[in-house]
Design a protein around this ligand. Structure first.
Ligand code: AMP
Ligand code: GLY
Length: 431
């Protein structure tokens, strides 16, 4: 089967790497991909081909699909989903994996998600949705100023302001709703009470009526060690986390997914793709902070390093509504992914700097170096973005995987490289 993957980040390299291992995949394209995707080969040894079409260029992608006729298209990022790439491909007769535009609203509209959760009893934070600054500020005051003020729409992962007092909360409302710091994404806002607890990422593969829950993972969203520094797309992940036993994970999954699936059925929302709830484990139970409608990045890197099943087969079953009765199989032990980023990230960062030591790192036991912001120049790998690499390792447990991942990080060099040195340490401190 011929498979087209959309996107260019670490998540997409991980998807391409795992799809390339499937015996049924004879040809793989990635649009637009990165240096790492271009270096992969299918089991039949066919090179993966990067196609120079942006993942949100729907017209260009459809033209490519009409010409090359992929049997399956896999969507990585949120933006094409929100633009309706799934609907367009389906109308043109192609099989594509990912939620359609209506279902993708779980990520593309926080107001939609929040209202849905409240309608259907999905455990979430106390919250309100506002288009009016006065009403929003009154609600912030009611919460004592301890709140998360969120732009409704997609804002490159930046549209959330965490506030601890009333002046900060009122300023946040003004920033998003009045000054439009995130543009049209902020024409409505969601204000949630500030929750305290351990945050975990859940992932569930869905086929419109069933959801298969993954093990837990934890991201590290701040740029610097000990969760200091600016919010980023994610500086590293590990899986599993020690904060939920298998039984607890199943219970949490059920508490969230059962009412979510029932709500989708009731409203005729056909969600085929990956549901990624960001969950706070609070003393009074799990609460959904937000839904994403795609694989997490860098969660995908640790999940796919652990997944034993054939990904092409699973995504096809998800797209075709055939997940009933299936189980997912995971490597025992753990995986850790350490993101190496460019100087300046999450602000602007230089591009085109040579990266050294990739081959040496990739030869270390249990290690896979996923590329994110990389490109090939004269057949050499150079930096091409903020998050550059997701250095990933599997091991007997988090400590072992982490030691392997950091050994690989130590073998890689590029000017200004920065990474967190504490990925997975919350798991270790837990004992
Ligand atoms: P979101 O994009 O909604 O996940 O928000 C980004 C980050 O802000 C989350 O990963 C949390 O760390 C934090 N956050 C969001 N909502 C809340 C909340 N209600 N209480 C505490 N932290 C939150
Ligand atoms: N890991 C954060 C995200 O994918 O949104």
């Amino acid at each position: 089967m011929k498979v087209l993957v959309l996107g260019s980040g670490g998540r997409e390299h991980a998807l391409v790497w795992k799809l390339a291992q499937s015996p049924s995949v004879s040809q793989l394209w990635c649009a637009p991909g990165n240096a790492g995707t271009a270096l992969e080969r299918t089991r039949a040894n066919t090179p993966v081909v990067n196609v120079d079409i942006a993942s949100d260029n729907l017209v260009g992608l459809l033209e490519f699909a009409r010409r090359e006729k992929p049997d399956l298209t896999v969507v990585g990022p949120d933006n094409p989903l929100a633009l309706g790439v799934v609907d367009r491909f389906q109308e043109a007769g192609f099989t594509i994996w990912g939620p359609n535009q209506r279902a993708a609203q779980f990520e593309s509209s926080k107001a939609f998600s929040q209202d849905f959760m409240e309608r259907h009893g999905v455990p979430t934070a106390r919250a309100g949705t506002f288009g009016d600054a006065g009403a929003a500020k009154a609600f912030c005051r009611e919460l004592g100023g301890r709140c998360a003020v969120k732009a409704d729409g997609l804002a490159l992962g930046k549209g959330v302001l965490l506030c601890h007092d009333v002046p900060a909360a009122e300023a946040a409302v003004d920033e998003i709703l009045v000054q439009k710091a995130f543009g049209a994404a902020g024409s409505r806002i969601v204000v949630q009470e500030l929750l305290v607890g351990m945050e975990v990422s859940l992932h569930a593969l869905c086929d419109g009526s069933h959801a298969l829950l993954f093990p837990t993972a934890q991201d590290h969203k701040r740029a610097l060690d000990n969760d200091q520094g600016l919010n980023t797309g994610g500086m590293g992940t590990y899986s599993p986390t020690p904060f939920l036993s298998n039984e607890q994970l199943e219970a949490v999954g059920k508490a969230i997914l059962d009412p979510w699936l029932a709500g989708c059925a009731k409203e005729g929302i056909d969600f085929r793709g990956l549901l990624y709830p960001g969950v706070m484990l609070t003393p009074s139970g799990p609460r959904v902070l937000e839904f994403n409608a795609r694989f997490g990045d860098p969660e995908t890197q640790v999940y796919l390093a652990r997944l034993e099943d054939d990904l092409a087969d699973l995504l096809m079953a998800s797209a075709q509504g055939r997940l009933a009765g299936r189980r997912l199989h995971w490597k025992a032990g753990a995986a850790v992914c350490v993101v190496m980023a460019s100087a300046g990230y999450p602000g602007s960062s230089p591009k085109g700097l040579p990266i050294h030591g990739l081959d040496e790192a990739g030869r270390l036991p249990g290690v896979k170096v996923f590329h994110a912001g990389t490109a090939l120049r004269d057949r050499r790998v150079v930096t091409n973005g903020g998050r550059v690499l997701g250095v990933t390792a599997t091991g007997l447990d988090v400590a072992d995987a982490r030691a392997k991942a950091y050994a690989a990080v130590a073998a890689i060099r590029f000017d200004g490289a920065q990474w967190r040195s504490d990925i997975g340490s919350k798991a270790l401190n837990q004992g």
